[in-house]
Design a protein around this ligand. Structure first.
Ligand SMILES: Cc1cc2nc3c(=O)[nH]c(=O)nc-3n(C[C@H](O)[C@H](O)[C@H](O)COP(=O)(O)OP(=O)(O)OC[C@H]3O[C@@H](n4cnc5c(N)ncnc54)[C@H](O)[C@@H]3O)c2cc1C
Length: 448
């Protein structure tokens, strides 16, 4: 593996003890660079290897919908690791705290974790680095080009990021190593009580699990296979039409790391499909997705007004006092009780299905800016709803997509108008000219 994928967060004291991979963002046993790195290290040291996952009792408002998807996926990880002689241990509590306790009890020599640019994981990791005397490594197992290698700074837009990424792709996009049966067994931790755990956790159960998508690595590969065969050939034509199911629906798997983005990219790259469709998909999966990580890594205020570019802050400030034709409270929006049937349908699609169509996400967030008292309130409301209902919520893509829609992040200035100032506007009429709005509204109504 390319050593640029790994950062040493701490050089610990040299000691005997197991190597542990603290799994967090990349919840898979297959094709996981962090796990492979941990195994190579353990083999070099002739040490046992274990994987630990710490379940936070509360995570940014996640409900049973997201916890269920995650825990069912992790159960499959446990089985896959068992077959390789690697124990999987589930612990509970604030991960920063719980991982330290576990590592101290087990006298861990080296701790490996996966990379996330988001604040919560960074705070947990800082705590662990401060407290433990083990060696600690961070591996970017999520991005194809490690986030810190792709660029050392926040990029302005896809156009500035794309060439940097492309230059590095061949270096980082080779075959991904698989784990082997681990040659140094050890007795570490105990198996998880999965059913009890899901019942025990004090979660918001008013946002239920959904049935149209099956969690886990195996299901993710099946979904990828189906996408390659059935939808990729027409992706360029169909992806922006919310009346069609033309997207891959891989975002929940990618978000929880149940599939490797590098695997998806390799399969799409090799697929026998229209080059325009392959290029359009890779632009989203590789450039846009990794640009979101870049934004969150280098802009620690990624979920606030302060993160917007100066031109957008200025223009939104200039238009703060503009009269709003419609003003809605968060509750009205959450109940999909606006005057706009298209917006209401998008909101319902998210609430019922846990995944709003990608095109509608832009329209949905922009209307929240138009119908609330300030850009700050719009941002808070959009993040709250997105993270509460989307299966792929709490993701750099979500924070960046919302910041793009409301605050012009990675976009440019457009013609000036009320409320939006120079931030790009989207209209109901524009949507009607692009697709069959009534058919989308009917399709969502049939969901329940
Ligand atoms: C307001 C708003 C909110 C969003 N919230 C989220 C979110 O919470 N979680 C999330 O994963 N994505 C979010 N997105 C980005 C995008 O809409 C979704 O990634 C996409 O619709 C997921 O469906 P899919 O996997 O079927 O997409 P596909 O079209 O099949 O794309 C494949 C993959 O490419 C990546 N991708 C696609 N579009 C984008 C994009 N615009 N930006 C970055 N990466 C992209 C995703 O990883 C996606 O899974 C948001 C976009 C906007 C405008």
């Amino acid at each position: 593996m390319d050593s640029d994928r790994v950062r040493v967060l701490k050089e610990g004291r040299d000691k005997e003890g197991p190597v542990v991979y603290w799994m967090s963002r990349d919840q898979r046993a297959r094709e996981n660079w962090a796990l492979s790195f941990a195994q190579d290290l353990a083999i070099k040291r002739r040490s046992p290897l274990a994987v630990v996952f710490s379940v936070a009792e509360e995570f940014l408002g996640a409900a049973i919908r997201q916890y269920g998807f995650m825990l069912r996926g992790l159960q499959e990880v446990e089985t896959a690791l068992e077959e390789k002689g690697i124990p999987f241990i589930l612990i509970r509590g604030d991960p920063g705290e719980a991982v330290c306790r576990f590592a101290e009890e087990e006298a861990v020599s080296d701790l490996v974790t996966d990379f996330s640019p988001l604040a919560t994981k960074r705070v947990w990791t800082e705590k662990v680095v401060e407290r433990l005397d083990a060696s600690i490594f961070e591996v970017d197992a999520h991005n194809i080009v490690p986030c810190w290698r792709a660029s050392p700074k926040q990029e302005y837009a896809a156009r500035t990021f794309r060439p940097k990424l492309k230059r590095l792709l061949s270096q980082f996009c080779g075959e991904i190593p698989e784990i082997r049966v681990h040659p140094h067994p050890g007795k570490i931790g105990e198996g998880a009580e999965w059913d009890r755990l899901l019942q025990d956790l004090n979660l918001d159960r008013s946002v239920p699990e959904v049935e149209w998508i099956t969690p886990g690595e195996r299901a993710a590969m099946v979904a990828l296979d189906g996408f390659l065969r059935e939808k990729l050939p027409l992706y360029d034509r169909d992806r922006n039409d919310p009346t069609l199911d033309g997207q891959s629906n891989l975002s929940p798997y990618l978000h929880f790391g149940q599939i490797s983005a590098a695997r998806v990219a390799l399969e799409v790259y090799r697929a026998d499909a229209d080059p325009r469709s392959r290029a359009a998909f890779l632009e989203e999966l590789v450039v846009r997705r990794e640009l979101s990580d870049n934004f969150c890594l280098y802009n620690s205020r990624y979920d606030s007004f302060e993160a917007f570019p100066d031109w957008a802050k200025k223009t939104l400030n200039d238009h703060r006092a503009d009269p709003r034709e419609y003003l809605y409270h968060r509750e009205d929006l959450e109940r999909a009780a606006t005057h706009d049937d298209l917006w209401n349908a998008a909101q319902k699609e998210m609430v019922l299905r846990g995944k709003m169509h990608g095109y509608m996400r832009m329209y949905w967030a922009k209307k929240i800016l138009e119908w609330t008292e300030s850009p700050e309130e719009a941002l808070r409301t959009a993040i709250y709803l997105n993270d509460r209902y989307e299966l792929d919520g709490r993701d750099p893509n979500g924070y960046t997509g919302i910041a793009w829609s409301i605050g012009g992040v990675h976009d440019r200035a457009w013609g000036e108008r009320e409320v939006f100032g120079k931030v790009r506007y989207m209209s109901y009429r524009g949507a009607r000219s692009k697709f069959d709005v009534d058919s989308y509204v009917e399709r969502v109504a049939s969901l329940g």
